[in-house]
Write a protein that binds this ligand. Structure first.
Ligand code: NOJ
Length: 570
C-alpha cells in the first residue's frame, strides 16, 4: 500500500507511528504517480465500442501491476459527448453507457483494495446544455430565476439580433448563442457548454453538494477543470474582444483568473477538510504567471495546481533544467508539491511530439501542425520520438513532486493522425479555435490490449475511434512479454520509484555538458539524462546503475539512467 511506503517504520512508539500514518494519509498526493484514464477509451466491458467503468474494473490488476499510486478519471458523468464528456448533464451520476453508480462503487472498492487512490474530474465552469438547470432556463424564459444560474444577455442591434459582444469561444466561433426567444447565452467552450453564473448562491451550493457526494463515496481527490475561469465580472458596458485581449490578467480580468475565484476554492477547502484524510484537489489553471498559479496551489485553496511547463517544452536540457528549477522553487514557496506532465487528453502524445523535426517546419512543442498535415511520415522519426519519450519519462519519475501519466504513454503509444472527418468527435476539429490542427481525437483512440483480438482487445468489434493496424505492436500483451518494451520500463521505473522515494528536494550536479543534466535526491538517488546524441561518460567510480543502461561506461544519447547507493533498494 502507498501509505505503508510513506510511513517511517522505525518510529519509537505507537503514538508516533499513528501520527506518521495520519500525516502520510493526508499527504499521499505530494509525490504520487497518478495515471489519467479517459474512460471512454480505456476498456469496454459491454462491447458497445465505448469504454466503461466495468471495463476499468476488469483492468485493475493491470493498474496495480503498473505501480501507480492513484488514477484520475476524466468525466464519466451523463453527457451528450459534445466535448468528450466535459459537457456534464448530471454531476452526481454515471453515464448509462459507462455504467451505474453501483459500478462506480465497485470500481473504487477494487482500486482501494489494491492501494490505488481515485481522483475524479469536476467541471464547474460550464454544464452541458442538457443539464436540467439549462433546460429549465430555456423553458422559463427571459428574466427568470432559472436563467440567472447561467449568463444570459440581450443582444445588440435593432431587435437584439447581434451577440452582446464580439467575444470568441476557446473552440472558435462566437462565444454567444441565441435561444428561441431571442436572448443570448455565454459559452467559453462549445455551444453545448453554457457557462454557469458563479455569483449565484445555488450554483455554489450545488458544487459543494457534488464534492460531498463523491467524497462520501470514497473519492480521494478532484481534478478541477479550467479552475481559472468560473467567476466573471460582466458589468455593463462589456468590453470588446480587442479590449478584453489587452486587459491584464492580474486578478481583475473580467473572465480569467479573477482574484474572487479563490473565495470559491476556500469554501471547497472547508469541505475537503471535513474528511479524514482530507480530500485533495489539483487545479487546471492556465494563468499568466507562476505567482498567479501559486494561489490555486495554496493550502487554503485547492492545494495543488498543474504545471504544464514540461508539456510545452522542447526536448532540450536547458529548457528542462530551467522549468524544473523554477517549479520546485514555486512549490516550496506555496508549501505545495509540483506536478509533472508530458501528455494528457488535450495534446499530441509526447512520443510523437519528440519525433518531429523542427527543421521540417513542424513545431516540436504541440505537434498540431503535423497532425493537421495528415501526419506525414517524412517529417517524423518515430524511433527517436520513443527514445526521447522514454528518457523524459525516467527523468520525470525521478523528480520531487507528483507525476501525471496519461493512459497509453506507458506503451509508448503514438498519436493517431489518420482519422477521417466523419470519424472525428472533438468540437475543436469542427470549430477551430485555440486547439487548432485536427483537434484532440488522435490521443484519445482506445487502447490496444491484445494484438490479435478484434479492436485489439478494447471490447467489442469496433472501437468508437478508429484504431490503426500499427497499434498491434504497442498492444499490452505484446509489450508485457518483452522485457525491453516501454511497458516493462514504466513498470520497473514505478516499482523503483517507490523504493527510492525521498524528501522533495534535489541538487544539481554539474556535468560540463550543455546537453546533459544530472541531479541527486537527498538519499543519494541520482538521475542523469543525456538530451544529446554523444554518449556521456560517467566517472569510473559511481554507485550502481539501477535503471537504464550504460554503454561502455557512458550514458547513451537520448537516454536516462538512475544511479543509487547500494542499500537503498533494500
Ligand atoms: C479542459 C479539458 O482538459 C478539455 O478537455 C476540455 O475541452 C475543456 N477544459 C473544457 O471543459
Amino acid at each position: 500500500m502507498t501509505d505503508a511506503l510513506l510511513v517511517d517504520t522505525d518510529t519509537d512508539t505507537d503514538t508516533e507511528s499513528a501520527d506518521a500514518r495520519r500525516t502520510a494519509a493526508a499527504t499521499w498526493w505530494r509525490q504520487a504517480a497518478v495515471y489519467q484514464i479517459y474512460p471512454r477509451s480505456f476498456a469496454d466491458a459491454d462491447g458497445d465500442g465505448l469504454g466503461d467503468l466495468p471495463g476499468i474494473r476488469s483492468r485493475v490488476d493491470y493498474l496495480a501491476g503498473l505501480g501507480i499510486d492513484a488514477i484520475w478519471l476524466s468525466p464519466f458523468y451523463p453527457s451528450a459527448l459534445a466535448d468528450g464528456g466535459y459537457d456534464v448533464a448530471d454531476y452526481r451520476d454515471v453515464d448509462p453507457r459507462l455504467g451505474t453508480l453501483e459500478d462506480f462503487d465497485e470500481l473504487i472498492a477494487a482500486l482501494h483494495e489494491r492501494g490505488i487512490r481515485v481522483i475524479v474530474d469536476i467541471v464547474p465552469n460550464h454544464t452541458s446544455d442538457l443539464h436540467e438547470w439549462f433546460q429549465e432556463a430555456l423553458a422559463a424564459g427571459r428574466g427568470s430565476a432559472a436563467r440567472d444560474r447561467y449568463v444570459f444577455r440581450e443582444g445588440k442591434g435593432a431587435s437584439g439580433e447581434e451577440p452582446p459582444t464580439d467575444w470568441e469561444s476557446v473552440f472558435g466561433g462566437p462565444a454567444w448563442e441565441r435561444v428561441e426567444d431571442g436572448q443570448w447565452y455565454f459559452h467559453n467552450f462549445a455551444t453545448e457548454q453554457p457557462d454557469l453564473n458563479w455569483d449565484h448562491p445555488e450554483v455554489r451550493a450545488d458544487f459543494l453538494k457534488t464534492l460531498r457526494f463523491w467524497s462520501d463515496r470514497g473519492v480521494d481527490g478532484f481534478r478541477i477543470d479550467v479552475a481559472h475561469m468560473l467567476t466573471k465580472d460582466l458589468t455593463e458596458p462589456l468590453p470588446t474582444r480587442a479590449e478584453l485581449e489587452r486587459m491584464p490578467q492580474d486578478g481583475t480580468h473580467p473572465l480569467l483568473d479573477r482574484d474572487d475565484v479563490h473565495e470559491v476554492y476556500a469554501e471547497w477547502r472547508r469541505v475537503f477538510e471535513e474528511y479524514d484524510p482530507p480530500r485533495t484537489a489539483v487545479a487546471e489553471a492556465w494563468v499568466s504567471s507562476p505567482e498567479r498559479r501559486a494561489k490555486y496551489a495554496s493550502a487554503e485553496g485547492l492545494g495543488q495546481a498543474f504545471n504544464f511547463d514540461l508539456l510545452e517544452a522542447d526536448f532540450d536540457a536547458d529548457e528542462f533544467r530551467t522549468v524544473i528549477t523554477d517549479n520546485l522553487a514555486q512549490a516550496a514557496e506555496t508549501g505545495s508539491s509540483t506536478t509533472w506532465v508530458l501528455s494528457n487528453h488535450d495534446v499530441t502524445r509526447h512520443a510523437t511530439r519528440y519525433g518531429l523535426s523542427p527543421l521540417a517546419g513542424r513545431p516540436v512543442k504541440q505537434g498540431t501542425e503535423w497532425v493537421a498535415a495528415g501526419g506525414p511520415e517524412a517529417d517524423i522519426d518515430r524511433d527517436q520520438g520513443l527514445r526521447r519519450a522514454r528518457a523524459a519519462t525516467l527523468l520525470l519519475l525521478g523528480l520531487p513532486g507528483s507525476t501525471y501519466l496519461y493512459q497509453g504513454e506507458e506503451l509508448g503509444l503514438q498519436e493517431v493522425a489518420a482519422i477521417t472527418a466523419e470519424q472525428r468527435q472533438d468540437p475543436a476539429f469542427f470549430r477551430g479555435g485555440e486547439y487548432d490542427g485536427l483537434g484532440r481525437d488522435g490521443c484519445r483512440v482506445p487502447l490496444p490490449w491484445s494484438a490479435d483480438r478484434p479492436a485489439f482487445g478494447f471490447g467489442g468489434a469496433v472501437a468508437h475511434l478508429p484504431q490503426p493496424a500499427w497499434f498491434a505492436q504497442y498492444a499490452v500483451d505484446v509489450e508485457a512479454a518483452d522485457p525491453t518494451s516501454t511497458l516493462s520500463l514504466y513498470r520497473e521505473a514505478l516499482r523503483l520509484r517507490r523504493l527510492l522515494q525521498t524528501e522533495e528536494r534535489l541538487e544539481w550536479i554539474e556535468t560540463g555538458r550543455a546537453d546533459v543534466i544530472r541531479f541527486v535526491r537527498p538519499n543519494g538517488w541520482q538521475v542523469v539524462t543525456n538530451f544529446g546524441t554523444e554518449p556521456f561518460p560517467l566517472e569510473a567510480e559511481h554507485d550502481a546503475v539501477v535503471l537504464g543502461a550504460l554503454q561502455a561506461g557512458a550514458v547513451p544519447g537520448e537516454s536516462t539512467v538512475w544511479i543509487a547507493p547500494v542499500g537503498l533498494l533494500g
